[in-house]
Design a protein around this ligand. Structure first.
Ligand SMILES: OC[C@H]1NNC[C@@H](O)[C@@H]1O
Length: 444
């Protein structure tokens, strides 16, 4: 069966600065928390780091040429805050600003729409030294950074994403500790989450005040939660899992309040952040679209001995190299749920993709698992659009293999294979297939 997409559907790919750029100590770039974190032995697989990564800083024209050949309509990338404002506030680094000017101009020359993420986890270390996201001042530094970026690029960039995955920034970085800055303090994570959301609201306010004619949104990683049975305990476990993964961010952004049930759950063992008068109004400033990063689902059951009384199960099925269940139906269910519970807002899949072990034979990479993963998820996206969801675009994670945070370069998500020894880029089977999907604007 052929799944057709709307004529103006934005097919794209996504990346992030720290994961692809390299040039970590070049042209005035300041240190980020990921430079600091990745250089501490033990934090990243094989003690790898983003010093060189995919050398995109020097190879961006080649990479844009690949995007052009792929036929993408949009390209989502992030700006490295410390590359453009090395100390996080104050002085601008013109060479850093020029890199993104050149990248944006090259994309527009090739007829590709830039979708720009302001924050994809690489906080300037200078701000971390002042408390980072646990310091409310950082929300003002973020608004200052956003204003600068709107000023520099707002004439050409028409789609802005304030934050990528606040859940990861907050909980992986401040509670679980596997991401920078590597804290293990749930109260700090809740405070960081609040300040990240508040900084989002302040950036949206600045964007509106500047009267720019683009659109602005936020990207949330969302994981639909399913109960293992219809027992009251398991249904409650799924509700708590949904609250922790999804509603803790969706409710403030769209309803201007934290979910009461989760305030009670978190409040039993952690400090709920002080919320000032205007905070929730700012956080729930009207946005033009929601970016959704979808990878998999959670299947949960009640277990009194597990955190929050929620045990995550591992059902039979196919798993990616990240050990994430392949569950395309979850994308459909999630999209319909967002429309039902949070409103009929424009949506973009700002990330979806899969890591699988790639084998190179005679410069060919027959990544049929990744191709089939994408095919199944595209089909579910088409069904959601058919059923009334205003899905406007889909960005495959990722354009190319890159630095997968604590997993280093051991996990390959790319449509394009990167040989890190030579920096050669090789088209995988999935990339050639994706080119046809875009050309036909349909999945067969
Ligand atoms: O784990 C795959 C991706 N998930 N979302 C954020 C990206 O930076 C990750 O590489």
């Amino acid at each position: 069966m052929v799944h057709k997409f709307p004529d103006d559907f934005v097919w794209g790919t996504a990346t992030a600065a720290y994961q692809i750029e390299g040039a970590a100590n070049e042209d005035g770039r300041g240190e980020s928390i990921w430079d600091r974190f990745s250089h501490i032995p033990g934090n990243v697989w094989n003690n790898q780091n983003g010093d060189v990564a995919c050398d995109h800083y020097h190879r961006y024209k080649e990479d844009v040429q690949i995007l052009k050949e792929m036929g993408v309509k949009g390209y989502r990338f992030s700006i490295s805050w410390p590359r453009v404002i090395p100390d996080g506030t104050g002085k601008i680094n013109q060479k850093g600003v020029d890199f993104y000017n050149n990248l944006i101009d090259e994309l527009l020359r090739q007829g590709i729409q830039p979708f720009v993420t302001l924050y994809h986890w690489d906080l300037p270390q200078a701000l971390q030294d002042r408390g980072g996201w646990t310091n409310r001042d950082t929300t003002d530094y973020f608004a200052e950074y956003a204003q600068q970026m709107f000023k520099q690029y707002g004439d050409r960039v028409k789609h802005w994403i304030t934050h990528n995955e606040p859940w990861c920034t907050s909980f992986l970085g401040h509670a679980i500790g596997v991401h920078a800055p590597g804290l293990k303090d749930f109260s700090a994570a809740l405070l960081a989450a609040h300040n990240v959301l508040l900084s989002h609201g302040k950036a949206v306010e600045v964007f509106r005040q500047m009267g720019l004619d683009g659109k602005i949104g936020i990207t949330l990683n969302l994981t639909p939660s399913y109960p293992a049975s219809n027992s009251a305990d398991d249904l409650q476990a799924a509700t708590i899992s949904d609250g922790f993964s999804n509603r803790w961010f969706l409710d403030p952004v769209f309803k201007g309040q934290y979910p009461d049930d989760m305030v009670k759950v978190f409040g039993t063992f952690a400090k709920i952040p002080e919320i000032q008068e205007s905070d929730m109004k700012l956080i729930s400033s009207n946005i033009d679209f929601l970016g959704i990063n979808y990878y998999s689902r959670s299947l949960v059951k009640h277990n009194p001995d597990a955190q929050f009384g929620v045990e995550t199960l591992k059902p039979e099925g196919q798993y990616t190299d990240m050990d994430w269940e392949v569950y395309p139906q979850g994308l459909y269910d999630l999209l319909l749920r967002i429309k039902k519970d949070y409103g009929d807002i424009d949506l973009y899949i700002t990330e979806n993709g899969a890591a699988f072990k790639d084998v190179v034979e005679n410069d060919q990479i027959d990544d049929i698992d990744r191709l089939n993963y994408l095919k199944k998820h595209f089909e579910k996206a088409a069904e959601a659009i058919r059923d009334g969801v205003k899905l406007k675009g889909y960005f495959v994670w990722s354009l190319m293999d890159n630095f997968e945070w604590a997993f280093g370069y051991s996990k390959r998500f790319g449509l394009i294979y990167v040989d890190y020894e030579t920096q050669r880029r090789l088209w995988k089977k999935s990339a050639r297939w994706y080119k046809d999907v875009i050309a036909n604007n349909s999945v067969d």
